[in-house]
Design a protein around this ligand. Structure first.
Ligand code: 0GY
Length: 294
C-alpha cells in the first residue's frame, strides 16, 4: 500500500516491466482511467477512494511503453459525473484516445452532444455498491434511449452475484452493451463453472453484448501467472472473437494492496488470444469498430 501524507493512495506500479509480447500495430488499450490531476480536476465529494494523480502524460507514457497506440478512457467513479478530467485526457491525446462517460441521467441533449464532440462514445452504468451510492435502473434506461441517436453504447459494471437480477435490465437496453471485466466471474471455477456458464448464457441472449476480457489481477486470487484467468477466459475469446475487448485497467483503482505489473498483464494477451487473428480482433478491429467507426 502506498499512501501519501494527504491520505491519497497509489494503486499502480511506478516501474512496469517491458512486456515480452508485442501488440499488433494500432493496438487499443480499451479500458483505462485517469485520476485528476486533482489541482485542475477535483475528485467528487462522493468519491469512495482518494487516489494520487494519474494524469494523461502518465497514461500516454505507459501506452508507449507497453506498445499500444490508442486508449479508451473510462470515467472513474472518483470523478463522479463530471467528465472534465476524462475529456482533458482525450483532448491531449492527438486523436489517440476516446472515452466512456458517467452522466447524471438528467443530462441535456446539448451536453450529450458536447461529450460526443469531446470524444465520448459510450456511457457507463456502475452497479458496484462499494463504488456508487445508487444505480437507478429506470433512469439509466431513459438516458440509454437518448444516446441511441449518437450511436453510442452502454458499458455496465456489475459482479457475478447480481447477474440474474441484471438480465431484464440488460435485455431492455436499446444500444450495444459492453460488460466490464466479464461481470467479475470467479475464475477459480474454470471455464465451465457456474459463473462462466451463466455469463455465456447472457452473451448468447443478444448478439450485441460485448465483453472486456480484462483484470486478471482483480479476478484471479492466485495472482501471477494468472493461470485460472487464462483457463477461463481463453475459451471466451475463441468463441466470441468479434465481441471481445482488452484493456490494462490502469491505474487500477482500489488495487493498492495487490498492485499489478502492467507489462505482466500485457503478457497475458497471447495466452487468452493464442493466434495472430484473435489478437488483431481483440486489440485492433473490435475496439476500432466501437470507438473509431467515424
Ligand atoms: C475498474 C474497477 C474499479 C473501479 C472503477 O470507476 C471506478 O472507480 O471502475 C473497481 O474498484 O473495481 O474497472 O476500474
Amino acid at each position: 500500500m502506498s499512501t501519501d501524507a494527504n491520505g491519497r493512495i497509489r494503486s499502480w506500479t511506478l516501474e512496469p516491466s517491458k512486456p515480452a509480447y508485442t501488440p499488433p500495430p494500432g493496438a487499443v488499450d480499451a479500458h483505462c482511467h485517469v485520476f485528476g490531476p486533482m489541482a485542475d480536476f477535483p475528485f467528487s465529494p462522493k468519491a469512495k477512494y482518494l487516489p494520487q494523480d494519474a494524469g494523461p502524460e502518465m497514461l500516454f507514457a505507459l501506452r508507449d511503453r507497453l506498445g499500444f497506440e490508442r486508449n479508451v478512457i473510462v470515467q472513474a467513479s472518483c470523478h463522479g459525473t463530471d467528465n472534465a478530467a476524462t475529456l482533458n485526457a482525450i483532448a491531449q491525446s492527438n486523436g489517440k484516445a476516446r472515452g466512456v462517460a458517467v452522466v447524471d441521467p438528467a443530462i441535456s441533449d446539448a451536453e450529450l452532444d458536447a461529450l460526443h464532440a469531446g470524444g465520448i462514445r459510450g456511457i457507463r452504468f456502475n452497479f458496484l455498491k462499494r463504488l456508487v451510492d445508487d444505480a437507478p435502473k429506470d433512469k439509466f434506461l431513459e438516458v440509454a434511449r437518448r444516446i441511441v441517436r449518437l450511436n453510442w453504447h452502454v458499458v455496465i459494471y456489475f459482479e457475478a452475484d447480481i447477474l440474474e437480477e441484471m438480465k431484464p435490465f440488460i435485455a431492455a437496453l436499446p444500444t450495444l452493451v459492453v460488460i466490464d471485466h466479464m461481470g467479475r466471474p470467479d475464475v477459480s471455477q474454470g471455464p465451465n463453472g457456474t459463473d462462466m456458464t451463466a455469463f455465456r448464457a447472457l452473451l448468447d441472449s443478444r448478439d450485441d453484448i460485448w465483453v472486456k476480457t480484462t483484470c486478471p489481477d482483480r479476478l484471479d486470487s492466485a495472482g501471477e501467472p494468472y493461470d485460472d484467468f487464462v483457463a477461463s477466459v481463453r475459451p471466451l475469446v475463441e468463441d466470441y472473437p468479434d465481441r471481445v475487448l482488452w484493456g490494462t485497467d490502469w491505474p487500477h483503482p482500489n488495487m493498492e494492496t495487490r498492485i499489478p505489473d502492467d507489462g505482466g498483464l500485457v503478457d497475458v494477451i497471447p495466452r487468452i488470444a493464442p493466434t495472430a487473428e484473435l489478437q488483431r480482433k481483440l486489440l485492433v478491429d473490435n475496439p476500432m469498430r466501437l470507438y473509431w467507426a467515424d
